[in-house]
Design a binder for this molecule. Structure first.
Ligand code: UDX
Length: 434
């Protein structure tokens, strides 16, 4: 099929490449000419395992191309996906400016007799589909279209495999013609397809991400009880996770959730429910627990080091999770900001996130970045693990101990085995484990 994806960010670019990989012909549209030029040169603006090969292969096979012209994309495609950012506003509600603008732009280029399925792939509040459709029709009275909601559930760091092998595909549609076309788009993926109405599909995305955040906050609240009682949260998580109704996934206690989805989507769902007059108080507590997790962790660091001023602290990890270069809303960065504010001298290392952290000026002045994990520990009075990259688990800890001034580890993601670390001679503090 001929597809167009408007917006070449995480969701748009990965979806475009995967659609091309399964045999569709895809035009990716972006209004950022710099990004389009980069993609023309074969440069990928984001780091995502497997994405570069996928893009290059499909560009070479002429199934994938890039442009800044919405008209070109809409003209050549039966299905037009909208995958533009939906950033949070100061009050937590979703800023739909980009979606509205794209709707107007589509209206401006749709020609009479050109039936198109317009698909909302961005994460949007329930009822956005209705507004997109009304907007297109307002600016183009002859438009022939159906608007469909098709939320994306990919995770950063494993976006390509997530997209190629999804747990489910949600198609929110009120038109059989549009549903049939969408089923053809997704047929090659051989994944279960759930067809719903548009509003339900939109809600599924916010409800899913809020539920996963809730699961993380739940285990983090349990980790506080474990610390107070001497129990081990890892064992508790294994024990409850073995119940298939609960499942072990997303029960990893730590510094809390970050990234560009969970914090934003929980906030948005709270704002949506408030606006609909049915406040979702439970989600406010999910946020409180998440924020409290870093506070409790810092308290532990302060208790062990007494005064943080002038302490040399090494932080391993800057990204919001491993296998990505994304440092937006990263708890690791929040942690560093707290440490620096209290006067500590921070040295940090991350396998992929350092250049973006510098580029976006996310690190406070004085933070030193190093070329290796080991180098960052040189002379440190404490080592804090903030992101659970495999590279950190594979370090030679006798060398780490030798490099450090005092052998103290704060493991914010429960990556290390406490017993092994103690055998190496470290004083070990994890989250919710003795
Ligand atoms: C998430 C959803 O998983 C995905 O379906 C949606 O499309 C986008 O949002 P992502 O933000 O890429 O994906 O990362 P994810 O792997 O879900 O992790 C989010 C945050 O939760 C990270 O900060 C991670 O460290 C944290 N987390 C995750 C935990 O603290 N504990 C866990 O058990 C799992």
């Amino acid at each position: 099929m001929d597809l167009c994806i408007i917006g070449s960010g995480y969701v748009g670019l990965v979806s475009g490449a995967c659609f091309a990989e399964v045999g569709h012909t895809v035009i990716c549209v972006d209004n950022d000419q710099r990004k389009v030029d980069m993609l023309h040169r074969g440069e990928i603006p984001i780091y995502e395992p497997g994405l570069e090969e996928l893009v290059l292969r499909n560009v070479a096979a002429k199934r994938l191309r890039f442009t800044n012209s919405i008209e070109e994309g809409v003209d050549h495609s039966q299905v037009v996906f909208i995958a533009v950012p939906t950033p949070p506003q100061a009050d937590g509600s979703v800023d739909l400016t980009y979606i509205e603008r794209v709707a107007r732009e589509i209206a401006g280029v749709l020609k009479p007799g050109q039936y198109r399925v317009v698909v909302d792939k961005s994460t949007v509040p329930v009822k956005t589909g209705e507004k997109v459709e009304a907007t297109i029709r307002r600016y183009n009275r002859e438009a022939e279209l159906d608007v469909v909601s098709n939320p994306e559930f990919l995770r950063e760091g494993c976006a390509v495999p997530d997209l190629m092998h999804p747990d489910r595909i949600v198609i929110g549609s009120s038109s059989q013609r549009a549903t049939d076309l969408m089923k053809r788009v997704y047929e090659p993926f051989q994944a279960p397809i759930l067809v719903t109405d548009v509003n339900s599909a939109e809600l599924i995305k916010h409800a899913a991400n809020s539920f996963l955040s809730l699961k993380i906050s739940y285990i983090n609240a349990v980790s506080a009880i474990c610390e107070a009682s001497g129990a081990d949260v890892e064992m508790v998580a294994d024990g409850i996770g073995m119940d298939r109704r609960i499942g072990r996934n997303f029960l990893n206690a730590g510094l809390g959730y970050g990234g560009s989805c969970f914090p934003k989507d929980v906030k948005a769902f709270i704002a949506i429910s408030d606006e609909l007059g049915v406040p979702f108080h439970l989600l406010k507590e999910v946020e409180n627990i998440n924020a409290g997790q870093l506070e409790r962790f810092l308290k532990k660091v302060r208790e062990a080091l007494w005064v943080l001023r002038e302490k040399r602290i090494c932080v391993w990890g800057l990204t919001f999770k491993p296998d990505t270069d994304d440092v937006r809303n990263s708890v690791a960065i929040d942690l560093i900001q707290h440490l620096v504010k209290e006067g500590a001298h921070v040295t940090a290392y991350d396998p992929k996130g350092m250049s973006k952290a510098v580029e976006h000026h996310l690190l406070p002045a004085g933070v030193k970045l190093t070329h290796s994990a080991l180098e960052a520990t040189e002379g440190a009075e404490a080592l804090i693990l903030a992101t659970e990259w495999k590279e950190f688990a594979n370090q030679d800890f006798s060398k780490v101990k030798e490099a450090m001034h005092t052998p103290l580890i704060f493991d914010g993601r429960n990556l290390f085995n406490p017993k092994t670390m103690r055998e190496f001679g470290f004083t070990y503090h994890g989250v919710g484990r003795p």
